[in-house]
Design a protein around this ligand. Structure first.
Ligand code: SF4
Length: 461
């Protein structure tokens, strides 16, 4: 497996598309306007956090209530301990029911368990029907963002992709591109035997699954095929519909700046007798895959996440990189915590290191997850497991920064050397390991006076 650093270098060498910065900034600005126009936003964030914290603290009980209620409503519930169990259950169901085609609603947890590949190798055509997911599936890429999977592609690239993969005439008109996708997907909705969705929230009181979409594909996927499979991360439960309403208030505003997403569907069991629409079977697959191991630890806060993507949109690192270099389906600030927590710090220890700890993610998170604290905690664990040389250098750094006189002396010397090394007020290439800082940008030359000297001189004023 390549390192995060290698993937970043690769991304920079290829050129990070400007649409990532523009798209995430735009979404962030929509979120800011939506929050400003909703006076209860901060109160709702507090309530949303309380709901998530209470659910995670009593997850066993909430999941039990949800599963019982879902089964009473006619659903079949399966608890999958890991990705393999979840894939095997769905593939076996497809085999038994002679499914040849499945249509899918965008879902991070099905990306996490790599469901499409498992279905394809079992001879089931798995078709993504969210426009962004459809585009990245055609391109053979993973999604680059929780909410906007094709954020890295502009309409010209999408037009070329449609010509190459769908054999249509070239058009870079966004309306026509939508129409091409619609014409391609519509017959597939009508002929698929299985619809697969994620679950934004499962309601413990009545066993409903809530699905939030903006394109209407969710309704088609969950009603047209005769089997609906809803795949849910085990943490995505809310106790009641009143709690669901609070979560919906903050989810859409944080994700896209809307007051409410265009389609919010509550699916309670399969079609009942006398109902004209809906599937004959509804299977809810509840996925653990590392989540329960975080319960009771400091990392349990990752389970509050509702995958709104707001922290990605505000993160300076994400805006510079996009999602793919993270190497995991979970990108951005929360991805740097979720990925090592669920899939092992051993393999993913370099993700938490790539953050300035600016705190922008925590400021926007609708459930107020303290991502910087979690990042620092993961860094601490990763240093504890690192090589003796790394631990020695961290100890040396700590001893310098806890001796104010020595620290001031060294910063003065470093600032003077930095000015000597600079040209026209800029440091363009630093020597040795310091060169990492100037590999992709110039640094301004150090000021003639260090901040601590300035502070000592001015603090009386
Ligand atoms: S951590 Fe917070 S802001 Fe980021 S995706 Fe999760 S809920 Fe949204």
């Amino acid at each position: 497996m390549t390192t995060f650093r290698e993937r970043i270098q690769e991304a920079f060498a290829e050129g990070v598309p400007i649409s990532i910065d523009l798209g995430s900034r735009g979404r962030h600005e929509h979120r800011v306007s939506a929050a400003a126009a909703f006076p209860q936003m901060e109160e709702m964030r507090d309530r949303a956090r309380t709901i998530r914290a209470e659910v995670v603290a009593s997850l066993d009980e909430q999941l039990g209530r949800f599963a019982d209620a879902a089964e009473r409503a006619g659903s079949t519930v399966f608890f999958a301990a890991d990705a393999t169990e979840a894939r095997e259950y769905i593939v076996e169901l497809a085999r038994t029911e002679r499914v040849t085609r499945a249509v899918k609603v965008k879902s991070m947890v099905t990306e996490e368990i790599d469901l499409n590949a498992a279905l394809e190798s079992a001879g089931v055509e798995a078709i993504e029907t969210d426009l962004g997911e459809f585009i990245v599936q055609l391109a053979g890429q993973p999604p680059a963002h929780f909410i906007a999977p094709a954020i890295h592609k502009d309409r010209y690239e999408i037009a070329d992709l449609f010509v190459a993969e769908l054999g249509v005439d070239y058009s870079d008109d966004p309306v026509e591109l939508n129409n091409i996708a619609r014409r391609h997907l519509r017959p597939r909705f009508l002929t698929a035997e299985m619809g697969i969705s994620g679950v934004n929230f499962g309601v413990a009181a009545d066993g409903s699954v809530a699905l939030v979409t903006n394109e209407g594909n969710g309704r088609l996927c969950t009603t047209a095929p005769r089997i609906h499979v809803a795949v849910m991360g085990m943490e995505r439960v809310v106790p009641t519909r009143a709690d669901l309403a609070v979560m919906l208030e903050v989810l859409a505003r944080s994700a896209t700046g809307q007051s409410l997403s265009s389609y919010t569907n509550l699916v309670t069991g399969p079609r009942r007798s006398g109902e004209p629409d809906g599937p004959d079977q509804l299977h809810v697959v509840i996925v653990d895959n590392g989540r329960s191991a975080t319960l009771g630890s400091s990392a349990a806060e990752i389970l509050y996440c509702i995958r709104c993507g707001a922290c990605l949109n505000t993160c300076p690192v994400y805006r510079h990189l996009g999602g793919h270099p993270y190497g995991s389906v979970y990108a951005g600030p929360i991805g740097k915590v979720v990925t090592p927590s669920l899939f092992g710090l051993e393999d993913w220890h370099d993700l938490p290191a790539t953050s300035s700890l600016c705190g922008a993610c925590e400021e926007v998170c609708p459930v107020r997850i303290d991502i910087p604290r979690l990042l620092v905690e993961l860094r601490r664990q990763s240093v504890d497991r690192s090589t003796p040389a790394v631990r020695r250098s961290i100890r040396l750094y700590a001893s310098l920064t806890t001796r104010p006189r020595l620290f001031r002396l060294l910063t003065r010397v470093a600032a003077r050397l930095g000015r000597l090394w600079s040209r026209d007020g800029w440091l363009r290439r630093l020597p040795g390991v310091l060169g990492n800082w100037t590999q992709h940008r110039d640094l301004p030359a150090p000021a003639p006076e260090t901040f601590s000297d300035w502070w000592r001189r001015n603090r009386g004023a």
